[in-house]
Design a protein around this ligand. Structure first.
Ligand code: PMP
Length: 360
């Protein structure tokens, strides 16, 4: 079979060595003769797998000791609710920055728990820019300031954590965690779905500063309570064990790649090549302001949108799959997460040039 390059936004491409290891260990993990899928989450084998994944995540991201790391079910969407439940702490409102589809989802969910103040919104630019920090109107008495570090659909990405005016800074890093270094000390809470840069769906990683714990809203389910989860090793109930294990394999792989700084260099190269190819001719376009273009998700359009179905069909024949844009925006999108090799991006660029030559 010819090499397939998977540009899916998520669930997304996994590193080939991770799939290989999962295959090798599928029927029996190490000498146990038992698949990870069949193990008790409280047995010493799985506890070892779980602790190692946490230690690797801490080391790779530089998570300080006064932060808890949790592996929770429900993906990032559950965290849209868990963040307000855990962090509201009796405040009048929470401040949110809206940079697109996923910020809007986070805001809508937070509104179920209290008043949301939208400190800034990119809506006027159709979410093709991030409003400059100086223009934000952040309530200095808000419970926290929430932003979406990378908009998976719109393709805008914060190049650095914004200044939070002393508020706990909360970030949804679902689609760019571990793709670039972050200074965790600047955050009150980081959460991310696993199915882009950390493996399988259904799991979210939560990194939360200890002093924020223990003040949940009344009615918070115990599975959503960060303090209770932290006290119970993320096992208030049975966690998504296989996804946790695969996250561990992905973290192993990332360490072998040289860690986050090394993968960042790789990501910068891939994104620069792809944007250069899009910008090179009016046949393709990307609407996002260059300074905030995402390194992970690259939406693009054809000048003649009638050709998009043909583009997708021919790309698929060439082994380049899942390039359709999100149903809410249409067009095309290439997601180029950590696991996408540079050759995959090069194959896409060659295909784009050839398609333009034939149809342009
Ligand atoms: N936030 C962002 C930035 C996302 O890209 C996604 C999923 N694509 C989510 C949240 C929701 O994640 P989940 O479907 O795992 O709940």
């Amino acid at each position: 079979m010819a090499r397939i390059y998977n540009f899916s936004p998520g669930p997304a491409i996994l590193p080939a060595p991770v799939l290989e290891r999962a295959r090798e260990e599928l029927r029996g993990w190490r000498s146990t003769g038992v698949s990870v899928m069949e193990m008790s989450h409280r047995g010493e084998d799985f506890i070892g797998i779980a602790e190692r994944a946490e230690a690797d995540l801490r080391a790779l991201l530089g998570v300080p000791a006064n932060y808890k790391v949790l592996f929770l079910a429900g993906g990032a969407s559950a965290q849209f609710a868990a963040a307000p439940m855990n962090l509201w702490r009796g405040k009048k409102q929470a401040s949110y920055v809206s940079t697109g589809y996923w910020s809007e989802k986070a805001i809508a969910e937070a509104r179920l728990y209290g008043q949301v103040q939208v400190a800034a919104s990119g809506k006027d630019s159709k979410f093709t820019t991030i409003p400059p920090r100086a223009s934000w109107n952040v309530d200095r008495d808000a419970a926290y300031l929430h932003y979406t570090a990378n908009e998976t659909i719109g393709g805008v990405e914060f190049q650095d954590a914004p200044e939070a005016d002393g508020l706990p800074l909360v970030a949804d890093m679902s689609s760019n965690i571990l793709s670039r270094p972050v200074d965790v000390r600047r955050f009150g809470l980081i959460y991310a779905s696993a199915q882009k840069n950390l493996g399988l769906p259904g799991l979210a990683v939560v990194i939360v500063r200890e002093d924020l714990l223990g003040q949940t809203l009344p009615g918070t389910p115990s599975t959503f309570d960060y303090k209770r989860q932290a006290e119970n090793g993320s096992m208030v109930n049975t966690p998504p064990t296989y996804a946790w294990y695969v996250a561990g394999l992905v973290l192993d792989w990332l360490r072998e790649q040289g860690g986050v700084k090394a993968i960042e260099a790789h990501n910068i190269r891939k994104a620069a090549k792809l944007y250069a190819a899009i910008d090179a001719a009016p046949f393709y376009s990307n609407p996002v302001e260059p300074a905030v273009r995402s390194r992970m998700n690259v939406p693009f359009h054809l000048a003649d949108s009638n050709l998009e179905a043909l583009f997708l069909a021919e790309a698929k024949e060439a082994g380049l799959v899942y390039l359709e844009g999100h149903r809410s925006v249409g067009g095309l999108r290439a997601s180029i997460y950590n696991a996408m090799p540079e050759e995959g991006v090069e194959a896409l660029i060659s295909f784009m040039r050839e398609f333009e030559r034939k149809r342009g």
